[in-house]
Design a protein around this ligand. Structure first.
Ligand SMILES: [Zn+2]
Length: 155
């Protein structure tokens, strides 16, 4: 795939190209995996296509399959490292308009729909990441190190 004309226009493109700092878990010609800097639970991370594609449904099939392959491998390592009850995977499509598959180490049944995503604004309950604190950068680097190498495993 030729470089996207949109390359560099969004924060995930910048992370994929190395222009923006992130705690990288895995990178290859098609996909990049890195730590979410506002995790609901420690260890939350995401897998993105290297090329800028907004909708996950528009990602070319080999890349979409590679995203899932890398996510499953990281998920297995996540289970060993963070000991969640379940590894959740979410594509909700909001936030950054660059397809991203989010891996959530679930320690409770409602971690994906976490109450931590709720906040009160102008007297109304709203949902989003605005109420989530930013994780410590050194901690994210350590978590990335613990989850790294997962893309090299087979199966
Ligand atoms: Zn992008």
């Amino acid at each position: 795939m030729p470089p996207s004309p949109a390359a560099g226009r969004c924060v995930f493109c910048r992370i994929a190209s190395g222009a923006e700092a992130a705690s990288i878990i895995h990178g290859d010609e098609a996909v990049v995996a890195f730590m979410d800097h506002r995790p609901v639970r420690p260890g939350q991370c995401m897998v993105i296509p290297r090329a800028h594609v907004d909708h996950f449904t528009d990602v070319d099939e080999p890349t979409a399959l590679r995203m899932m392959q890398v996510a499953r491998r990281i998920g297995r390592r996540m289970r060993r490292v963070f000991r969640p009850l379940r590894v959740g995977m979410v594509v909700h499509g909001f936030g950054v308009a660059h397809a991203h598959l989010i891996l959530v180490p679930q320690h409770a049944t409602d971690d994906i729909t976490s109450a931590r995503l709720a906040s009160i604004r102008d007297g109304r309950v709203v949902f989003g990441i605005a109420s989530l604190p930013f994780a410590d950068a050194a901690e994210l680097d350590e978590h990335a190190r613990l989850l790294a190498g997962a893309g090299d495993e087979t199966g």
